[in-house]
Each structure stands twice: as structure tokens, then as C-alpha cells.
Design a binder for this molecule. Structure first.
Ligand code: F6P
Length: 365
């Protein structure tokens, strides 16, 4: 057992439902153990660099299990090794290495171990802190479910529920108007969220980055449906989906971000292409940040609490620089650095893909 007097908690990257459940889990485990101060870092690495912290007590941790977002704030634009400080006289961004500032915050708050609740970008930024000797423990979160080494991440099941609900709703309006309804879901370069939501809602076409599509195949499929008893088609389209020989549609570049590319717009393009080629009236809905908002599902609350308490157990054992994972139904750990610079994409032999194909879902390939 390691003697820990003060822990820090940081949420990094895009928010998702279940972050507060994880903060609560770590905090309440520490309070139950006793004699441990809990320091919340505000706004992810930004707060670590700028020494913006707050002490968390039982009053902060109560009543947050079911609350969406993060009580600490988060940030997906800030990398400590490349911290944006403003523009030079020619309008170019100026960056500094702020690792020393992070370590100064750790020291001034007497943090013995830092719990980092984040995704691949957040864990990539953790590497230099570990190199500086800061004991860290990671908890995987993201609606994208794309963190290497874990079968599931906090936020994914809630976002899937939201995606499924949206696709369900598009069914009735698509049916009424006999239209093609394209729904664009988030997920960055991974198709997990679209695949799961599409399969759960019985979408007719599922487009994911891992399976590049041919527009003619999609057009043939929806035209055939138009001619049979169905009449309408529902298309679940990942923001990272792209045509064979095509590229992903980028909506924005955020240079200060560890991952500057923001995807978006493919749903509109698919709907346009279908309408142009088939003459079938087509509409697009982009779910956007609705998928990240609101209260976590019970599965995410369970996962967050289980991950959090397992992570706290690692801290007590002195098992540092590990990320807790769920692999083949078991909670385990892997080195945080294993998750850095990697993405867990949908394997082409995924059970979800074969199940979808078995019920005649079109992937456009
Ligand atoms: O990684 C989570 C995620 O929601 C992605 O699915 C999406 O591509 C991205 O973040 C959006 O980022 P932002 O909140 O900066 O628009």
C-alpha cells in the first residue's frame, strides 16, 4: 500500500455523459479511505498549466452521479507540450512547452497522483508528465469508443442510446414522406457509434469510415426499397464515412488542438448525391453535440463507478501510469502510453457488422 495524502482529478478532451460519475467514484473512494485531500483541476490541461484548482469535498461529489458534462470543466484544444499563448506580430500562433508549469501546479498542490479521465488525445499529452515522474492513472472516456486497449469507454452507451433514439424518430417521418433520411453521427475516425446506433435502430444503410462506400451501391439499395413495400430508407452515416477513392469531409481545423481536424458534412453530401442520382427526396440531420449531452445511461454510471474505484485501487497499490480497461468482460489495466497515438477502429470481422449484414443492412460496399 502506498501512502497517498492528496490526489488530483482532471477531465480532458471532449466531454461525455458519465464524467461526473467517474469523478464521484474516485472522490468517494478517497473519502471512504479517509485522510486524503481531493484536488479538482479545472478545464483539463489548461487548468493544470494555469494552476486553476479546487478542493473537492463530499458536498461537491453528492448529487452528480446522474449529471451530464463535468463539474471540473474540460478542454480539447490544449496540449501542455504545445500550449498556445497568442499570436505574433505576423499573426502566427505562438506556442510554448508548458510541462514545467504543469509540474509546478502538481507540486504547489502536493498532488501525489493525478487521475486523468480522457481519450487518446488526452493520454498522448500525459506521456511527458509521466516522463517527468508524475504518477498518473487513466480512465478511458469518449463517445467515440475508440481508445486502444479497452472494449468500451465511458460515454459510448449513452451516445448510442441518443443516436438510436434519433434514428428511431427519423423512421416515422421518413415513412410518412417516403424519403431517404440521412442521419450524421459523431465518432471521429471510428464507426462504433454509428454502427451500434444504426444496428440498434434497424437503419437500412450504415456508413462507417472502416468500410468506404460506393454511392451507386447505396442508390441501388434505396431505389429498390423505394419500389418495394418499404418506400423510405434510413441511413446512419458516421462523420468519418467516405467514398472509396474519396476523402473525409472536414468541417473545421483547430490548430491549437492536439487533434486539429473536426469532421462534419458527409451526411449532407450523401443525401445530395442520392437525390441527384435517384430523384428520391432526401433529407439530412446532423446530431452533433446532442450525442455528448445530458444524463448518463445506467450502463455508463456503472462503468464509470467501476472504472473509478478500480483506478483508485491502482493508486493505493502504487500501480501507477496505468489506464483501467474493460477487456473480454474483465476489468484490468494497461500502460497509459499504450493508448497514446492509437485509435481502436471497428474490425471488419466485427460481430456487429456481420449481424447487420445478416439482416440485410447495406454498408455501401
Ligand atoms: O471525440 C469526441 C467528439 O465528439 C468526436 O466524436 C467529434 O468528432 C469531436 O469530439 C467534436 O469535437 P468538438 O467538441 O471540438 O466539436
Amino acid at each position: 500500500m502506498t501512502a497517498i495524502k492528496t490526489i488530483g482529478i482532471l477531465t480532458g478532451g471532449g466531454d461525455c455523459p458519465g464524467l461526473n460519475a467517474a469523478i464521484r467514484g474516485i472522490g468517494k473512494a478517497a473519502l471512504t479511505k479517509g485522510g486524503i485531500d481531493i484536488i479538482g483541476i479545472e478545464d483539463g490541461y489548461q487548468g493544470l498549466i494555469e494552476n486553476r484548482t479546487k478542493r473537492l469535498g463530499v458536498e461537491d461529489l453528492s448529487g452528480i452521479l446522474s449529471r451530464g458534462g463535468t463539474i471540473l470543466g474540460t478542454n480539447n484544444r490544449c496540449a501542455p507540450e504545445r500550449y498556445y499563448t497568442g499570436k505574433d506580430s505576423e499573426g502566427n500562433g505562438v506556442y510554448e512547452n508548458a510541462i514545467d508549469k504543469c509540474m509546478a501546479t502538481v507540486e504547489s498542490n502536493n498532488i501525489d497522483v493525478l487521475f486523468i479521465i480522457g481519450g487518446d488525445g488526452t493520454f498522448t499529452c500525459t506521456a511527458p508528465l509521466i516522463e517527468q515522474g508524475l504518477p498518473c492513472i487513466g480512465i478511458p472516456k469518449t463517445i467515440d469508443n475508440d481508445i486502444y486497449g479497452t472494449d468500451i469507454t465511458i460515454g459510448f452507451t449513452t451516445a448510442t442510446r441518443i443516436g438510436t433514439m434519433a434514428l428511431d424518430r427519423l423512421h416515422s417521418t421518413g415513412d410518412s414522406h417516403q424519403r431517404v433520411m440521412v442521419c450524421e453521427l459523431m465518432g471521429r475516425n471510428a464507426g462504433w457509434l454509428t454502427l451500434a446506433s444504426g444496428l440498434a435502430s434497424g437503419s437500412d444503410v450504415i456508413l462507417i469510415p472502416e468500410i468506404p462506400y460506393e454511392i451507386d451501391n447505396i442508390c441501388d439499395f434505396v431505389s429498390q426499397r423505394k419500389g418495394d413495400h418499404s418506400g423510405f430508407s434510413i441511413i446512419a452515416c458516421a462523420e468519418g464515412a467516405h467514398a472509396k477513392n474519396g476523402t473525409k469531409v472536414v468541417s473545421e481545423r483547430i490548430e491549437t488542438s492536439p487533434d486539429p481536424i473536426r469532421l462534419g458534412g458527409i451526411g449532407r453530401q450523401v443525401a445530395y448525391d442520392i437525390e441527384q442520382r435517384t430523384g428520391i427526396e432526401s433529407r439530412t440531420t446532423a446530431l452533433g453535440h446532442i450525442q455528448r449531452g445530458g444524463e448518463p445511461s445506467s450502463v455508463d454510471r456503472l462503468l464509470a463507478t467501476t472504472f473509478a474505484t478500480a483506478a483508485f485501487g491502482c493508486a493505493l497499490e502504487g500501480d501507477f501510469n496505468k489506464m483501467v480497461v474493460l477487456k473480454d468482460g474483465h476489468i484490468g489495466t494497461q500502460a497509459i502510453l499504450e493508448a497514446a497515438h492509437k485509435q481502436r477502429l471497428v474490425p471488419l470481422d466485427s460481430r456487429f457488422i456481420s449481424s447487420a449484414r445478416a439482416v440485410k443492412t447495406c454498408f455501401g460496399d
